[in-house]
Design a protein around this ligand. Structure first.
Ligand SMILES: Cc1cc2nc3c(=O)[nH]c(=O)nc-3n(C[C@H](O)[C@H](O)[C@H](O)COP(=O)(O)OP(=O)(O)OC[C@H]3O[C@@H](n4cnc5c(N)ncnc54)[C@H](O)[C@@H]3O)c2cc1C
Length: 486
C-alpha cells in the first residue's frame, strides 16, 4: 500500500479527531474511514458507545448512512430486507469481543454473518448489530499434513481453490458462495460426503469467541463438549473465528448433468432409488424435480470421484433411460464444485425434510405436487449413504446419520405478488410428506420453531441444551436454529 503523504496524514488525523468528538452526526470507523450516522439510528444508539466501538476495532463499523451500507446489509435470500443499526465488519479476532460487548450492553439484537446464505435470513437483523466476518477470509493449506486452516469468513470456493492447488479437498457444499462456517457448523453436506463424511466430520478444531468475550479452542482435546456441539449445532455457542479441516487427495472427477424429458417422474425416481441403493461411496447424485411447460422434468447431478472408467460403467442404467441432456465428463473437481444448482441471490422460501425412504407414496406425492405447482418451485433430493451415515448418531451433534434422502422443497419469486403461492406450495408439500419423514437438516430450513429444531437433533438435543447453558446461558446468540439453554 502506498504511504500517506504528511498532508494526507494530517487531514486524516484532523478528521478522525473531529469525528470522535462529533458523534452522532459523524463517527470514526476502525479503518480510519468515516460514516455519517442517520439521525433516527443516532437517536437509538448510545453515541459514546458507538464512538468507543469504532475507535477500538480494526475493521469497519458501517452505519445506515455509509456508502456501502446497502450492499453490506443484503443477504443471499432476498426475501429478507432488514436494516441493522450497525454492521461491524471485523478485520481480526480482537474485533469480535468488542462487537459482542457492544451489542449486549446496548441490548441490541445480534446476527452473525459468514457467507450470508442462511435460508432463514438469520445473518441480518432489524435494528441490531451484525457481526460480519467477510473481511476475515484467509485460508492456509499445509499440504504435507493435509490440513487447511481457514478464517471463518471464507467461502466454499476460497477453501476449495486453496486446497485444490495441492490436489486436495474436503467435503463442502455445492454452492461456491456459501460460507464455510455456516455450512460446517450446521453439518455440511456435499459431493464428497459419501466418501469422506459431512463437512463437520472433517473438522479438526475451531477457534471461538464466546459471548462473554473469552477466546476458546474447540477440538477433541480442548473443550471436547463444545467441539461435539459445534459439529451440527450451528452458531449457537459462540462466534467462530477459524476452522481447521482434514483434507483428502481429490483430482479430476467424472461429473455433470443428466436431464430427462417431462412427464416421466415416477419411472425416473424409481430408477434413481435403485441406483442410489447400489451406489459406492465415491458417488453423489442430487436429484431435481424442475417445472417446465411440458410438465415436471427430472434432473440428476452426477458426481464420481473414483476412476472415470468405473464411473461410466455405473452410469449405464441411467444413460439407458435416454436423458435429453448428458454432459457428464471428466473435469477438475473445482469445476464440478462451481457448477452449483442455484448461485445468484434470489428471494425464496425453502424448507426441508429427511425421508428414510423414497417410497412409491412419497414419489407420487412429489410428482403430483410438482406437476401442479407454481412455475418457480422445485424439489432437490440429496441422498445420504456411505461415510456420512457410518458416523455414530451421538459422535457429533449432527443427527442425520441414517441412510435416506434429504429433500429441499423450494419456492422462488421475482415479484412480491408471486410469493404467497410459492410459500403455500412449499408448506403444503411439506405437510403431506411430514408423516413419513424423520428429522430435518437445519442448514436448509427457511423457517424455524422449537419443534423443527428438536426434530433436527433428536436424541442429541438435551446435550446441546446443556452445552448452550454453559457457553451462552442468556441465549445471546438466538438468531439461528435456536437451542434453548437447559
Ligand atoms: C444457494 C445455496 C446453496 C446451498 N448449498 C448447500 C450445500 O450444498 N450443502 C449444505 O450443507 N448446505 C447448503 N446450503 C445451506 C447452507 O449450508 C446454510 O445456509 C449455511 O448456514 C450458510 O452459511 P453462510 O455462512 O453462507 O450463511 P450466513 O447466513 O452468514 O450464516 C448462517 C448462520 O450460520 C451461523 N454462522 C455463520 N458463521 C458463523 C460464525 N463464524 N460463527 C458462529 N456462527 C456462524 C449463524 O448462526 C448464521 O446465522 C446452501 C444454501 C444456499 C442459499
Amino acid at each position: 500500500m502506498a504511504k500517506a503523504t504528511r498532508r494526507q496524514f494530517l487531514q486524516q488525523t484532523a478528521s478522525a479527531a473531529a469525528a470522535l468528538h462529533a458523534f452522532p452526526m459523524r463517527a470514526l470507523a476502525g479503518n480510519g474511514k468515516h460514516f455519517e450516522a442517520a439521525p433516527e439510528i443516532a437517536d437509538r444508539l448510545d453515541a459514546a458507545a458507538v464512538r468507543k466501538l469504532a475507535s477500538q476495532v480494526r475493521g469497519q463499523v458501517i452505519s445506515p448512512a455509509a456508502r456501502d451500507y446497502e450492499s453490506s446489509r443484503l443477504v443471499f435470500n432476498r426475501a429478507f430486507d432488514r436494516h441493522p443499526a450497525l454492521i461491524v465488519r471485523c478485520a481480526e479476532t480482537g474485533d469480535i469481543p468488542r462487537a459482542l460487548e457492544f451489542a449486549q450492553r446496548q441490548n441490541l439484537p445480534l446476527a452473525v454473518r459468514g457467507g450470508g446464505h442462511s435460508r432463514a435470513g438469520f445473518s441480518v437483523c432489524e435494528g441490531g448489530v451484525v457481526i460480519d466476518l467477510s473481511g476475515m477470509a484467509r485460508v492456509e493449506v499445509d499440504a504435507d499434513k493435509r490440513v487447511a486452516r481457514a478464517e471463518s469468513g471464507a467461502l466454499v470456493r476460497d477453501l476449495d481453490r486453496a486446497s485444490q492447488r495441492f490436489g486436495l479437498a474436503t467435503t463442502l457444499g455445492g454452492c461456491p458462495t456459501v460460507g464455510i462456517a455456516g455450512l460446517t457448523l450446521g453439518g455440511g453436506e456435499g459431493q464428497l460426503m459419501g466418501k469422506y463424511g459431512a463437512a463437520c466430520d472433517n473438522l479438526i478444531s475451531a477457534q471461538i469467541v464466546a459471548v462473554d468475550g473469552r477466546q476458546v479452542e474447540a477440538s477433541q482435546y480442548s473443550n471436547p463438549d463444545l467441539f461435539w456441539a459445534i459439529r451440527g449445532g450451528g452458531g449457537n455457542f459462540g462466534v467462530v473465528t477459524a476452522l481447521e479441516y482434514r483434507l483428502h487427495p481429490v483430482g479430476d472427477v467424472l461429473a455433470g448433468t443428466l436431464m430427462y424429458s417431462a412427464g416421466r417422474v415416477p419411472e425416473l425416481l424409481e430408477a434413481y432409488v435403485k441406483f442410489v441403493a447400489a451406489a459406492p461411496d465415491e458417488v453423489s447424485i442430487v436429484g431435481g424435480l424442475l417445472p417446465s411447460e411440458q410438465g415436471t422434468r427430472f434432473r440428476m447431478g452426477f458426481f464420481y470421484c473414483g476412476p472415470p472408467g468405473q464411473g461410466n460403467e455405473l452410469l449405464k442404467p441411467l444413460r439407458a433411460l435416454k436423458p435429453e441432456v448428458d454432459d457428464v465428463r471428466v473435469k477438475p473437481y473445482q469445476e464440478a464444485q462451481e457448477a452449483g444448482f442455484l448461485s445468484s441471490p434470489v428471494a425464496h422460501f425453502q424448507t426441508d425434510l429427511f425421508l428414510p425412504e423414497l417410497t412409491a407414496e412419497a414419489i407420487a406425492t412429489m410428482a403430483t405436487a410438482t406437476d401442479h405447482g407454481p412455475p418457480n418451485t422445485r424439489v432437490f433430493i440429496v441422498p445420504f449413504f456411505g461415510a456420512v451415515t457410518r458416523v455414530g448418531l451421538s459422535a457429533t451433534s449432527f443427527a442425520l446419520r441414517a441412510p435416506g434422502y434429504e429433500l429441499d422443497i423450494v419456492g422462488l419469486w421475482n415479484a412480491t405478488a408471486e410469493k404467497a403461492a410459492a410459500v403455500e406450495w412449499v408448506k403444503s408439500l411439506r405437510d403431506k410428506l411430514r408423516p413419513i419423514s424423520r428429522g430435518v437438516y437445519v442448514n436448509q430450513l427457511g423457517d424455524t420453531s422449537e419443534e423443527l429444531v428438536r426434530s433436527a437433533y433428536g436424541a442429541n438435543y438435551a446435550r446441546l441444551a446443556e452445552i448452550k447453558r454453559k457457553f451462552d446461558p442468556e441465549n445471546v446468540l438466538r438468531l439461528n436454529q435456536n437451542i434453548k439453554p437447559a
